[in-house]
Design a protein around this ligand. Structure first.
Ligand SMILES: *[C@@H]1O[C@H](CO)[C@@H](O)[C@H](O)[C@H]1NC(C)=O
Ligand SMILES: *[C@@H]1O[C@H](CO)[C@@H](O)[C@H](O)[C@H]1NC(C)=O
Ligand SMILES: *[C@@H]1O[C@H](CO)[C@@H](O)[C@H](O)[C@H]1NC(C)=O
Ligand SMILES: CC(=O)N[C@H]1CO[C@H](CO)[C@@H](O)[C@@H]1O
Length: 462
């Protein structure tokens, strides 16, 4: 072998290595550039997810074929990427022998889907049928307590008219005790109510904020020793109702309540460790209001959007900072000098911006005054989201989109706004407490939520 030849054969190895490496590099660039090409689209999907209403209107109003194609693609992909509210909660899979097949199919055509979204209920027929069955057969057993129990104020219904921010909790208890859903025969019960009031524990000096966790723990020990019902399901057919945000840590020392029981709460965030969306339920935080609600026709609502409230979150601070000088989006720090109700009646859209918690009474305020709510409260498991189609009567906006708020609201054509407002007028009865509860009011909607979450364990046990 000549030195040259030897040199050549020595060179072959590095050349081969270089070739393979560069092939790999080319392949790598090719594959990542595909990812980069896809990226803007994925960002779009993300943005649209966070503001589903905008997605609707994009579909409705962009006639350019290119846009339409994109939207079609987005919609198709959205349904797989994002868990859209389903007609039934996941719990119901074991309940299929009970329920008619959901009529909303995710694979349905785009037109049909957009059409469905304008309906208030995910499926009105299913709701009607199940509601009647619930109203006829749902039975609740309440752990009994004597009137002279030292903690009667926490365990029984109080006589006062519920008031303030956390009224939903005591209204529920009062309404339940008066209702035909109560049974004194535990064998007949679908569900067992834990009647303690978190708000009243908090206000009771003997318990207080620091004593709530121990009170709950001792209560569960007491009922699980005295009665057989808790142990047989680990509490899965038990529920409690709480509206105060302090409730989110109330179960820290009674972990089975958190893990197994149905928690019906106002602070229902997907990101709270105490809240498990697949089994728990969201109840709206509603101020009690008496008498017929004042209204104002859509055409007479002069302002685009309105918000007033304490600056107790970054979302609110951003909102006020961004829009404080705007002539169409009216935002106020704290209390206003003019009446709150006038502003709600004079605006097309009323902003529910999260405060300390994702829930505030503002959804109830907006609906009561016929104002379309704008939900600026990320990860809020909205009340009755498994029954009602929130996109038909509210606008859901990601808090990242605060700077785009005006564009988003102005993009909604007038006839669509009128439809949203009409739907608000129809759903508001579901967000109202009554001294004597009426069909389809908050109390009955909450009973329905419990009904679709009820346990079937008892059928096996008896
Ligand atoms: C629910 O039950 C009550 C009491 O039996 C009855 O008065 C009411 O009409 C029922 N409502 C519906 C919608 O079935
Ligand atoms: C339920 O379980 C607890 C803990 O294991 C036990 O202390 C209690 O006695 C049980 N209750 C009944 C009624 O058997
Ligand atoms: C609003 O107006 C005030 C006074 O003119 C000004 O100081 C402030 O920077 C403005 N804010 C915004 C967000 O434009
Ligand atoms: C189900 C569906 O239509 N998926 C589409 C999602 O988006 C990709 C492109 O990003 C399409 O190729 C798929 O068909």
């Amino acid at each position: 072998m000549s030195p040259l030849n030897r040199k050549g054969s020595i060179l072959i190895k590095p050349i081969l290595v270089a070739l393979i490496t560069s092939t790999l590099i080319v392949f790598y660039i090719f594959s990542t550039s595909r990812l980069i090409l896809l990226h803007p689209q994925q960002t779009w999907i993300h943005n649209l997810d966070s503001s589903p209403k905008l997605r609707d209107f994009v579909v409705d109003h962009h006639n350019k074929p290119k846009q339409d194609e994109d939207t079609h693609l987005l919609l198709a992909n959205t349904s797989t990427a994002l868990p859209l509210p389903e007609p039934f909660p996941i719990n119901n899979v074991h309940d299929h022998h009970h329920l008619p097949k959901p009529k909303l199919q995710l694979g349905s055509s785009r037109e049909k889907k957009v059409e469905m979204k304008k309906e208030i209920f995910h499926d009105m027929d299913v709701f009607d049928e199940e509601y009647k069955e619930m109203n006829r057969s749902l039975k609740i057993y309440v752990y009994p307590h004597k009137k002279n129990d030292p903690f009667a104020n926490i365990l029984l219904a109080i006589d006062d008219e519920p008031s303030g921010n956390y009224a939903s909790e005591s209204y529920f208890k009062k309404s339940l005790f008066k209702s035909h859903f109560i049974t004194t025969d535990p064998k007949e019960a679908d569900l067992f109510y834990l009647p303690f009031s978190i708000t009243n524990m908090r206000n009771d000096k003997r318990v207080g904020i620091g004593g709530i966790q121990d009170f709950v723990k001792e209560y569960i020990v007491e009922i699980s020793e005295k009665y057989p019902y808790w142990n047989r399901s680990g509490g899965a057919d038990h529920f409690y109702v709480a509206c105060h945000s302090i409730g989110r840590s109330a179960m820290e020392k009674a972990i089975h309540v958190k893990l197994n029981a149905i928690q019906v709460v106002c602070s229902s965030s997907y990101f709270l460790s105490g809240y498990l969306p697949h089994k728990d339920a969201s109840i709206p935080q509603i101020w009690p209001r008496k008498g017929p609600s004042p209204t104002n026709a859509p055409s007479r609502r002069k302002k685009l959007a309105f918000f007033a409230g304490a600056m107790n979150s970054r979302v609110r601070e951003n909102l006020v900072k961004t829009w404080s000088n705007d002539s169409e989006i009216m935002v106020h720090r704290g209390r206003m000098k003019t009446p709150y109700s006038e502003a709600l009646l004079d605006s097309k859209y009323c902003i529910h911006a999260k405060g300390f918690e994702i829930n505030t009474a503002r959804i109830g305020d907006a609906l009561y005054y016929g104002c379309v709510p704008v939900i600026l409260s990320d990860h809020y498991d909205l009340p009755y989201a498994d029954i009602l189609n929130w996109e038909s009567f509210s606008i859901i906006v990601s808090s990242l989109d605060i700077p785009k708020l005006k564009i988003i609201l102005q993009a909604i054509e007038y006839h669509h706004y009128v439809k949203l407002q009409n739907n608000v007028m129809q759903v508001k009865k579901h967000f109202q407490w009554n001294s004597f509860s009426k069909d389809f009011d908050i109390f009955h909607m909450t009973m329905y939520e419990l009904w679709i979450r009820r346990s079937h364990l008892r059928h096996m046990i008896y």
